[in-house]
Design a protein around this ligand. Structure first.
Ligand SMILES: O=C(O)CCC(=O)C(=O)O
Ligand SMILES: [Fe+2]
Length: 382
């Protein structure tokens, strides 16, 4: 009998091979991954779903943000190999952050149920936020066996074989944004995501060495990866750019000094240097593009939520009062790009204000030093 057959035998002994781990991730790990997702996510593979893949982080010059995933991925792989008695090391086929906003759901399925998904042997879903606190709906169900229903709680992980012994579904999210770190593991080493990632990283490095100074400033992907059209949002007549939506949820408007008119190409504009405004104040800091401003703003909120004391330290930047013409430009931009915050993100904005209470009211500029903290992470070896 081959070793793989021995493994299969072991699994066969369990009718529904699955494992639930409570508090596998710390609160800090969940929050850091949430920060990465809220800074970098693109529209996902189904309506009302957003995703952040490792290859997307590399392609947008944000590969330093892959670092927090690596120890978590290793710990999970070890758990899976141990629990399912794998004789050979597994490879990670996919690692990604996936969030579901209002309207997202998935019916009964197994995770290897398409010819192009056959290489998926094991699934690990890590919950990064909590049912009843951060979102409503979104309960996970196994069709057969125990446990029947799982209410996602930040830090918990559900691990199961990707075949039909673990047919599952997820209820529709009715409020908020449900966030997971999802991984698939394979016995087939030709499906190792790292091989593809390393190629991508090498390409980027080669490109950089052509006399281009090293930079950790993000380069946004193509515009259609951030743009949610009404047909991608079920039951909602909304369209928006996810980057603008997330900035808006934090209470920011974007300010472009150039003149806008209806022939201006929005996708080109969003690549241009810009500033952030809050109410009647313009933040002094200039950002190289809208994705840069989103990463900085999300970084600030992540740290703000972590330590209220930090607010005193970071209120060192400059703000200026918006002039009448600047305010008009901001209002014009709203009309111009015709974006709205979808239900889920709106609720998020309300929650953030509730969590931070007075702090958000006194929010001032994000000091550029904070961004260098992010850059320094990139100096650690991958
Ligand atoms: O997020 C979950 O709880 C499970 C999601 C799922 O079933 C999938 O992505 O295949
Ligand atoms: Fe699934």
């Amino acid at each position: 009998m081959t070793e793989t057959e021995t493994e299969m035998e072991m699994e066969m002994e369990m009718e529904h091979p699955r494992l639930i781990l409570h508090n596998f991730l710390t609160e800090d790990e969940c929050k850091e991954l949430e920060f990465i997702h809220k800074s970098c996510s693109t529209i996902g593979y189904r309506p009302n779903v957003f995703s952040t893949t490792l290859s997307h982080l590399t392609a947008t010059n944000s590969s330093h943000l892959i670092i927090p995933f690596l120890p978590i991925r290793d710990r999970l792989k070890e758990k899976v190999e141990e629990f399912f008695g794998c004789e050979y090391e597994l490879v990670t086929e996919f690692t990604g952050l996936i969030s579901w906003s209002r309207g997202a759901s998935i019916g009964w399925h197994s995770d290897d149920n398409r010819p192009y998904l056959e290489q998926r042997d094991f699934t690990a879903v890590c919950y990064l936020n909590s049912y009843g606190k951060d979102f409503e709906g979104g309960l996970f169900h196994f069709q057969d066996g125990e446990p029947k229903t799982i209410a996602p709680m930040a830090g918990d992980v559900v691990i199961y074989t990707a075949d039909s012994r673990n047919t599952h579904s997820v209820d529709e999210v009715v409020d908020g944004e449900r966030l997971t770190l999802t991984l698939w593991f394979s016995r087939d080493s030709s499906h190792d995501e790292d091989a593809k990632l390393i190629l991508l990283l090498e390409e980027n490095l080669m490109h950089k060495s052509n006399n281009v100074p090293w930079s950790f400033l993000p380069l946004p992907a193509s515009d259609n990866m951030y743009w949610f059209s009404p047909d991608q949002a079920s039951n909602q007549d909304l369209e928006f750019d996810i980057r603008l939506g997330r900035l808006h949820a934090l209470g920011f408007d974007v300010y472009y000094s150039q003149d806008l008119n209806f022939t201006t190409d929005l996708s080109e504009l969003l690549m241009e240097p810009m500033q952030l405004a809050r109410r009647d104040q313009l933040l002094d800091q200039k950002f190289v593009n809208v994705l840069h401003s989103l990463q900085v703003a999300q970084f600030y909120f992540w740290k703000l939520c972590k330590s209220q004391a930090l607010t005193n330290e970071v209120q060192c930047g400059k703000v200026v009062q918006l002039s009448q013409s600047q305010s008009e430009k901001i209002a014009q931009f709203h009309v111009f790009c015709c974006y709205y915050c979808m239900g889920g993100l709106f609720i998020e904005a309300a929650r953030i204000r509730e969590v931070n209470k007075g702090c958000v009211e006194t929010l001032q500029i994000v000091p550029s030093g904070l961004y260098s903290v992010l850059e320094n992470r990139g100096n650690q070896p991958l």
